[in-house]
Design a protein around this ligand. Structure first.
Ligand SMILES: Nc1nc2c(ncn2[C@@H]2O[C@H](COP(=O)(O)OP(=O)(O)O)[C@@H](O)[C@H]2O)c(=O)[nH]1
Ligand SMILES: [Mg+2]
Length: 512
């Protein structure tokens, strides 16, 4: 829907080259913006130390690539990008990048920093031939607000830099228990360059969800209730799109499940209930109970799946999961990972072009403001045109204002406005609130009805100026859908011809 944003933004970056030709730092920023526009969505995983970030990243990749637990490299920001061939590069501060060997042990990638110390490194780049990375670059970050101020500073510098927009297009923020420091970080992310619109690209994850109900089989239900409670808390709802519970370890284990692990689960499932249940009472008991499985296998299963995962796997096998593929699928479904993947796809990936275009607008706005050269006037005008003309940017900005309760719309209309401008997903059916397989005529009839309604709202004498503007954005989203869906009968209405904000605004609108 917003594919035109990228070429427009790229043209602006290009136009900025000449007026700032003698300014090396600016040229570097422009290079970086160019690179960013050509790349897939950048999704950062953030949260305090041991929140389960690297584990969740592996679950998303379906491979054990990111190092988990302690170790030097977990203290360095690490980028995972797509490439046909695997390679690892370290980027030391103030020195050129250097390759390090790619080594795997027991199915895990080993990041051996050799003589480098984490403090020497700005970041690490891992290129990996993973399908997931073709549509998304993932960024693993050291813990935020961790015991070490230094680690925290590195992640904050990446995600909420003072002088430039965040290097990430979107963020998964992991919380175990919601702390004041988590809220502070999300506030910093929101208040960063792009302002309130940042809340549109932050999704909170209630991580290690299996531990919430002490690993009981209904742990994920308890986690879901906790997540809902957090979601309804005013603080968080204005800072993130939502809160999703995830058992990352279970998801990682399931997506990398081996046949020998499935065989072990099957042996546990085949035990008599009176023997199995006491054994699975706790992780400790499982580790201590000799019997069908050797000690090393039991320890390994606990490491890979946690006691919750072991309980769930045996119960799913008893319920009919006959092979490792079926078991893996069911474990993933229980882990909550699919919801995270679906939300990332609907909310972030579908909006990647707009998020990137906005990063460009923000960065160029700063450059021009800091050093307003006469030759850069064209850029200023271009930025203004883009902000008004790129409808995706206006949707994003309105979504941000909806999250902070600052739209000027009557409260009863906010939920529908949010849906129509893509707050629940980018597809036309989701925006319209019709079934995905609705007949085109029905979808168009609904569209016409809602368009009439929103045009009326925007022209209502009782609505505030801000509210009217918001209603016009909603109406414009509907009009764009009308052409996408081929609803020929939906004609431009008065709101489209005389928008508030003057004729210039109108020109930008119709120029799209
Ligand atoms: N029970 C359980 N343990 C987890 C989960 N996710 C991570 N862990 C464990 O928590 C520890 C820290 O995980 P890691 O992914 O390295 O956290 P990070 O510091 O946020 O990257 C590791 O021992 C993981 O095995 C989870 O969903 N459930
Ligand atoms: Mg980590």
């Amino acid at each position: 829907m917003t594919d035109t944003d990228i070429p427009q933004a790229a043209a602006l970056v290009h136009a900025a080259r000449t007026p700032y030709a003698d300014d090396l730092p600016v040229q570097r920023v422009l290079d970086e913006l160019d690179r960013r526009l050509g790349e897939p969505l950048r999704l950062a995983v953030a949260g305090i130390v041991k929140a389960g970030k690297s584990t969740l990243l592996n679950a998303l990749l379906g491979e054990r690539i990111a190092p988990t637990d302690a170790g030097e490299c977990t203290r360095v920001v690490t980028w995972y990008r797509y490439a046909d061939l695997p390679s690892i590069t370290v980027h030391p501060h103030g020195a050129g990048p250097q390759p390090i060997p790619v080594r795997r042990t027991d199915g895990r990638l080993v990041l051996d920093l050799g003589s480098f110390h984490a403090d020497d490194l700005d970041h690490i780049e891992v290129h990996w031939p993973s399908r997931v990375l073709q549509s998304m670059t993932l960024i693993d970050t050291p813990g935020i607000a961790s015991l070490s101020q230094d680690l925290s500073a590195r992640s904050l510098a990446l995600l909420t830099p003072d002088a430039s927009p965040s290097s990430a297009d979107a963020i998964l923020y992991l919380v175990r228990h919601l702390h004041a420091s988590d809220l502070k970080f999300l506030e910093a992310f929101r208040d960063n360059a792009a302002g309130p619109t940042q809340t549109v690209n932050a999704l909170a994850v209630l991580s290690r969800a299996d531990e919430i109900g002490s690993g009981r089989i209904d742990s994920l239900l308890s986690a879901r209730r906790v997540a809902e409670r957090y979601e309804q808390q005013g603080d968080l709802s204005s800072l993130a799109l939502g809160v999703l519970p995830v058992a990352g370890l279970l998801a990682e284990g399931a997506r990398t499940l081996r046949e020998d692990e499935f065989a072990s689960f099957r042996r546990l499932a085949a035990l008599d209930r009176r023997e199995r249940e006491p054994m699975l009472v706790s992780a400790d008991r499982f580790a201590r109970t000799a019997g069908v499985l050797p000690q090393t296998t039991r320890t390994e299963l606990l490491d890979r799946f946690g006691i919750f995962g072991i309980r769930l796997a045996t119960s799913l096998i008893r319920g009919g999961a006959h092979d490792s593929t079926a078991l893996a699928e069911q474990l993933v479904a229980h882990s909550g990972l699919n919801d995270v993947v679906a939300t990332v796809r609907l909310q972030f990936r579908a909006r990647a072009a707009t998020l990137k275009a906005r990063a460009v607008v923000d960065a160029l706005t700063r450059i021009v403001a800091e050093d307003p050269r006469p030759a850069a006037r064209e850029i200023d005008a271009g930025l203004e045109r883009m902000q008004l003309g790129a409808h995706g940017l206006r949707e994003l900005s309105l979504l941000g204002r909806i999250r902070t309760g600052d739209t000027g719309l009557p409260p009863a209309l906010v939920a529908e406005a949010e849906r129509i401008i893509g707050g629940a997903g980018e597809e036309a059916s989701v925006r319209l609130g019709v079934p995905a397989d609705a007949a085109p005529d029905d979808a168009c009839a609904r569209l016409q009805d809602r368009l009439d309604h929103w045009r009326a709202v925007s022209g209502s004498p009782t609505i505030s100026r801000a509210g009217a503007q918001a209603a016009r954005v909603v109406a414009r989203s509907l009009e764009r859908m009308a052409s996408e869906l081929g609803c020929g009968r939906v004609l431009p209405g008065p709101a489209d011809v005389v928008p508030a904000g003057g004729p210039r605004h109108g020109a930008a609108e119709s120029a799209q």
